[in-house]
Design a protein around this ligand. Sequence first.
Ligand code: PRT
Length: 124
Amino acid sequence: MDSNAFSANNSTSHTNVLDTLNEVLKQRRHAAAEESYVASLHHKGLNKILEKVGEEATETVLAAKDAEHGSETERQALISETADLWFHSLVMLSHLGMDHQAVLDELARRFGISGHEEKAARQP
Ligand SMILES: N=c1c2ncn([C@@H]3O[C@H](COP(=O)(O)OP(=O)(O)OP(=O)(O)O)[C@@H](O)[C@H]3O)c2ncn1[C@@H]1O[C@H](COP(=O)(O)O)[C@@H](O)[C@H]1O
């Protein structure tokens, strides 16, 4: 599936966004760097991708502080930064031959498991 199909299809369900994006990311894995931002990240390598993840994480933290007592503009900026962080995290997984599905499975596995109980059950 081409990324244009993604942007052109306004009826794409949000539940399918990660699956659709994942297909695009897989296509970009071996595309030409000049034609695709994702491909350019893969060409630059894991360290560049990790640098972007770290950068976007920091920008998300700063945007969250601004959004705490901020206007709708600041709250929208936080959404944008969080999307950048998620996107670059997905590129990271893709670079390593992994995808979002295992992350969703892990979150689903944790349903109903109290964070306090899970921490207490860990080996010392
Ligand atoms: N969701 C995204 C997405 N989110 C953010 N970005 C890009 O991420 C970059 C991050 O911007 P920054 O200002 O932080 O970084 P920069 O200064 O541009 O880059 P650096 O010099 O720091 O490396 C921008 O170029 C954004 O356009 C994205 N680029 C692509 N996608 C998706 O990936 C698909 C494939 O994209 P291409 O590979 O470019 O075809 C697209 O159709 C989209 O669906």
